[in-house]
Design a protein around this ligand. Structure first.
Ligand SMILES: *Cc1c(COP(=O)(O)O)cnc(C)c1O
Length: 364
């Protein structure tokens, strides 16, 4: 006899984050986790450092100042915002609160991995729906809704594919869901998007009690290390999540940095402008090497390689790594022929292209 975890727990393959080192101890060019190429706001770093002088105090359990700052910045009611230790925590809490054994959590095939992992952790059954052209397929999702479906997750735009669901499609998905199903729109990359038919889900979350939108400070705001995210939901869902979250789930340095990062609009604009410049540059250059690059509205690209040995994604990954460059391998997403590559600094992007050119020349 020994302690045994609940069914489902041992099915969880632990989440493997983007690697940070290449082994040799050399500083690596880390393009594996979609972090901000330009780093955090100096104001945010300063606020974090200042908070370090009071590390003996518990943080504000309601993240009041931060929620007020989020509400101001995005023109929302702070009472409908909950902050979390990364949006990952909020995803896990939503599933924990609304699904358990016998329930289904639905998402699209190449959707963000945390939906599956958190569903298994809650003892619920993860269900995926096929995609069309690596894009969420509303009809395929709706066809898999059953009386046991409790949550549907859509990352908009999606990681790792970079594709997005137009606002009308998101609304059509919501309209097709039974009222007992909670639709979660994960808008981790919303700040990077400026296509006109995009919705981050705010409109739906404001109008419908069964829609939640999640956001993060880990991507454009450059605060991944602090673990900070937030969600917008109906008063009922907000109350539920406030019951299940731990009372001090967001650290004081994270709250302080979040407030400062929101105020530093110029830094946000620099991050956006950097991406606007380098995302298309990388896409064009990589396509110029004869590789397929899926259209992306995020801060990363999904690149498909040929399947033949020596020219495939695994070989490219090994080659890049020998040059100190770390892309993200995609086997865990069922996209083993692809690599996901985050937009880096100018120097990092140029080093990436030089290495990819050499790889393609060597392998041709
Ligand atoms: C990075 C990412 C997140 C996680 O963000 P954290 O706030 O760092 O937990 C959530 N969803 C998607 C789609 C992501 O790519």
């Amino acid at each position: 006899m020994r302690p045994t975890p609940r069914p489902g727990i041992l099915e969880i393959a632990p989440y493997v984050g983007g690697r940070a080192e290449v082994g040799s101890g050399r500083p690596a060019i880390k393009l594996s986790s979609n972090e901000s190429a330009i780093g955090p706001s100096k104001e945010a770093t300063a606020a974090c450092n200042e908070a370090a002088s009071a590390l003996h105090r518990y943080p504000d359990g309601g993240s009041e100042r931060l929620r007020a700052a989020i509400a101001r910045r995005f023109n929302l009611d702070a009472a409908r915002v909950v902050c979390g230790a990364g949006s990952d925590e909020l995803i896990a809490l939503l599933i924990k609160a609304y699904a358990g054994p016998g329930d289904e959590v639905l998402y699209s095939r190449h959707g963000f991995l945390m939906y599956r992992l958190s569903a298994l952790a809650a003892g619920a059954h993860p269900v995926d729906a096929p995609e069309r052209d690596l894009t969420t397929d509303v009809d395929a999702l709706l066809a898999r809704v059953t009386s046991r479906t409790k949550l549907v997750f859509v990352a908009n735009p999606n990681n790792p594919t970079g594709s997005y669901l137009p606002a009308a499609e998101l609304a059509r998905l919501h309209a097709g869901l039974p009222a007992h199903v909670l639709l979660v729109v994960d808008a981790a990359y919303a700040e990077y998007v400026d296509v006109p038919d995009y919705s981050d889900g705010t409109d739906l979350a404001l109008r419908h009690p069964n829609v939640v939108m999640t956001r993060t400070f880990s991507k454009l705001f450059g605060l991944a290390a602090l673990r900070l995210g937030w969600m917008l939901g109906s008063p009922e869902v907000v109350e539920v999540i406030n019951r299940v979250r731990s009372p001090f789930n967001v650290s004081a340095p994270a709250q302080a940095a979040g407030v400062a990062a929101l105020a530093d609009v110029a830094h946000q604009e620099r991050a956006k402008a950097h991406n606007d410049r380098w995302l298309p540059w990388l896409k064009g250059r990589i396509e110029g090497l004869g590789l397929t690059v899926h259209p992306s509205v995020g801060n990363f690209l999904l690149v498909a390689f040929p399947k033949d040995a020596g020219r495939d994604a695994a070989a490219a990954s090994t080659f890049l790594e020998a040059r100190g460059i770390i892309p993200r391998e995609m086997g865990g997403y069922g996209l083993g022929h692809c690599l996901r590559i985050s937009v880096g600094t100018k120097e990092e992007n140029e080093a990436l292209m030089a290495a990819l050119e050499d790889f393609r020349a060597k392998a041709s």
